[in-house]
Ligand binder design. Sequence first.
Ligand code: FAS
Ligand code: PHB
Length: 393
Amino acid sequence: MKTQVAIIGAGPSGLLLGQLLHHQGIDAVILERRSADYVLSRIRAGVLEQGTMELMREAKAGERMDAEGHIHEGVSFSINGLQRRIDFKKYAKGKTVMVYGQTEVTHDLMSARAKEGGVTVYEAENVQLHDIYTDKPRVTFTKDGKTVELECEYIAGCDGSHGVSRQSVPKGAMTTYERTYPFGWLGIMSRTPPADHELIYANHARGFALCSQRTPMLSRFYVQVPLEDKIEDWPDARFWDELKARIPQHTAEKLVTGPSIEKSIAPLHSSVSEPMRYGRLFLAGDAAHIVPPTGAKGLNLATGDVSILFRVLLKVFKENRTDLLDKYSELALHRVWKAERFSWWMTSMLHKFSDDPFAHRIQLAELDYYTTSEAGLTNIAENYVGLPYENVE
Ligand code: FAS
Ligand code: PHB
C-alpha cells in the first residue's frame, strides 16, 4: 500500500485531518485499531469552539452540526450558589460556542469520509511505525491475520495518549510536563431536559459540579468525586442529591431527574509532550497533550493542532514549503500551552482540593473578581470560546 500521509487513529484528530487533506487532493490512509462502532461508543466532549465549527465546515462535514448543534452565547459560574453569567457576545467579540457531542462530530467525519471513498482501515492490529527519521517512513499493521506495509511520505500520530505514535519516539527525544489532580469526574447522561439554557460550572464547599447538555431531551451532568470512588458507590439517587446540593438552589428546584443511560468516572490530568514533531512523524491531539475537561478544551485543542498540521502539509505538498515542517511544533505548542493554562485555572478555581477554609475563600475571592470585572470576564470569555489559531505562512 502507498499513500502521501499515513494517519494513525480515527478519532476526531485523525478523521478531521483525513477529510481536510482529501478535499485538497492529498491522499491519506487512516489506520484505527478499534471498530468504527467502538470509536462511536465513547462518550466524551460536548462543546465546540468556533474554530472547530469552521474546520468541520471546511472538511465538508458540518451540515448536521449546523442543523442540530445549539449555539451558546454564554456560560454561568455558580459560586457557592450565587450564579454569574459570562456573556460571550459582550466579552469575546461576539464569538460563541456550540453544544454538539464529540460522538456526533466523529460520526459526521466518518460518514463524510466513507461517502467520499477515503480509506480507513478499522481493526488494524499491531500498528508499527518504521524509519520515521528517513524520507521513506513506513507503517506496518495486521489486518485479518495478514501483515500489510504502508509506504508514505509523512505520518500523523493522531492515536491519543496511549497510542503507538508516542511509543515510537526514541527514548530521551520527548519531554513531558504533567500534573495529576487529586479527584475525578463522575459523569452521567440522562434523557432529561437541561438544567438551564446554558452550561453551569459550580464551585461549592462540597465540591465541583457541571450541568451540560446535548439536546433539549439529553443532558450531561458531572460531580467531582474522590479518585477512589467507584460507579457502584453512586446510585442515581445519590448522584442527583449531590448535584442538587452543589448547584444554585433555583436551578436545583426545577431540575428534572431521570435514570442515567451512561455513568462513568474519569480522572483529570494536564500533560504536554514536546516537541510535537519527530522526523516525518507529527503528533496531534491527545497523542501530544491532555487537558482536564473543565475548560472544554480537549477536543478543541485536537482540532487546533489539525488545523496547523493540515496547513503545513498543504504548503509542503503544493508549494514545496518543507521549511514549514520545522514550524509545526512551535506553532501548535503556542496555543496548546495557553489552553493548558486556562484548563488548569478553571480546574484550580472550581474544584475542592482540601478542607482548608483559607484556600476556599481565596478561590471565592478570585472567582468573584473574574466574574465581576471587565478584565476578568474578558479573560474567561476569550479563552472559553477559543483563542485564535496561529497563522501558517
Ligand atoms: P482520541 O483518543 O479521541 O482518538 C485516538 C484514536 O486512536 C482512538 O480511536 C484509538 O482507538 C486510536 N488508537 C489508539 N492507539 C492506536 C494504535 N496503536 N493503532 C491504531 N489506532 C490507535 N474533551 C473535551 O473537550 N470535553 C470533555 O468533556 C472531554 N471528556 C473526556 C472524557 C474522557 C473519558 C476522555 C478519555 C477524554 C475526554 N475529553 C474531553 C478529551 C477528548 O475529547 C480528546 O481531547 C479527544 O478525543 C482527542 O481526540 P484525538 O486526538 O483524536 O484522540
Ligand atoms: C460535556 O458536555 O461533556 C462537557 C461540557 C463542558 C466541559 C466538559 C464536558 O467543560
